[in-house]
Design a protein around this ligand. Sequence first.
Ligand SMILES: Cc1cc2nc3c(=O)[nH]c(=O)nc-3n(C[C@H](O)[C@H](O)[C@H](O)COP(=O)(O)OP(=O)(O)OC[C@H]3O[C@@H](n4cnc5c(N)ncnc54)[C@H](O)[C@@H]3O)c2cc1C
Length: 480
Amino acid sequence: MSEQVPPVGPPDLAPQPEQASAAGGSAPAAGSGRAQVVTAAAGDAVSPSSASSDHASVDRASTASPAAADTADVIVVGAGPAGSAVGYYLASAGLDVLMLEKTSFPREKVCGDGLTPRAVKALTAMGVPIAEKDGWLRNKGLRIIGGGGRIELDWPDLSSYPGYGMVRQRTDFDQILARHAEKAGARLIERANVISPIVDDRTGRISGVTTKDGRQFRGRLVVAADGNSSRLSIAMGLHKRDDRPLGVAVRTYYTSPRHDDDYLEAWLDLWDGRSLLPGYGWIFGMGDGTSNVGLGLLNTSTGFGEIDYRDLLRRWLAAMPAEWGFTEENRTQPVRGAALPMGFNRTPHYTGGLLLAGDAGGMVNPFNGEGIAYALEAGEIAARVITQALARPAAAGRERVLKTYPQQLKDAYGGYYTLGRIFVDLIGKPSIMQFCTRHGVKRPAVMRFTMKLLGNLTETRGGDAVDRLLNAVSKMTPAA
Ligand SMILES: Cc1cc2nc3c(=O)[nH]c(=O)nc-3n(C[C@H](O)[C@H](O)[C@H](O)COP(=O)(O)OP(=O)(O)OC[C@H]3O[C@@H](n4cnc5c(N)ncnc54)[C@H](O)[C@@H]3O)c2cc1C
């Protein structure tokens, strides 16, 4: 159980009880949730069953003296894309932000390493230098293979998004983002493994966190950017929702002549016996002599949870031309897997002083499994809300602003993610998946539409008929 520690630090760290209740501040106390040990940290392997359930193992908070606590305006737990984006934007706004990261950089993170134009735009907005000479490999679009067809689609030419994507190994990528946040003024403490929240027992609000080695950190607000497992959210009583989609993906690297491909490549033909599975395999050339190769599946398939992902990967790659080199001798890293929490599978995104961003809030796009762009964007939204909230003199005013965060996320993605849930339910039926693959891939107009839909790449205003249609449908679809 989490220890309940009275707040220390600047007088306005925590609202008075009446202010909290007037503002509806009713976070589940840490003592009511259970701090739990979970398996899918950066780079950790998961099994499908562990990916879809929260494991319970109660932690005890440290008994270190509260006087030893380090304080900041905002504590950000996790320095992946979401945490670094929050850190960067808050520091840029002049706030004192402390990022706590359990690993130390550089470190591995299980990922496809693919960045769509949406992610490129988010990186550009943060001022991350992305010149090709600095190791950012650009790509022109997507090659889709399936149902006997093969089509190359360039990224759409839009004013809202750049016409190129990129790849970058997460070992570099996450370190670059974290250092970028530091340059903006964020403080980063590595090897700080947060094990429990500190909850004000008068208000039920989170007022800081405790790390495994007993250090305490206090803030006016805390951001959970600790990824899919989000031990912090669980400890605050925020569990994964079973009514939202979830994916599992595995990946590895091979030395391959295909390493300098100009297109990200997606294969839709993943078979389990006679059933076409909802998901895709990918081959992303990394430009360094290797290809990132992997596959991801959705939990809407009947066999989800029983599929042997490594074996499926092996069988899929066995059908590839030998000259591509996807063989055991050329494999440079272990096959690793992790979960993809989709379509807001952990809510609410704000409660009692805690905001959730990125995978912690289940923000992966259900249509294509992309999570980096959404982690960066949510980080920006969270930071914007926090900056405005902390500028308010009274606790009730701050709380009013903070409560707009879930709504702002819904406005940005809610309708689209609802459509995504319908999509994953549909393609979970092998006959529908087979029909779409067989009849879609050979039709360029259908595939251009599909690319915009799946990549969430439409003009934000105006655009062509497809943009207008997709935007209208997303807006009309209720945010869940
Ligand atoms: C196999 C696979 C392939 C993928 N491919 C792609 C892709 O090609 N493109 C794409 O856009 N998305 C992809 N994704 C999704 C993407 O990886 C995530 O959506 C993205 O990393 C989310 O960023 P985040 O910052 O929210 O979380 P994370 O990247 O998971 O970062 C969380 C951070 O918090 C730290 N942390 C965790 N617990 C604690 C703790 N207790 N204390 C302190 N720190 C903690 C972790 O060490 C980590 O650094 C893929 C996912 C998988 C599994």
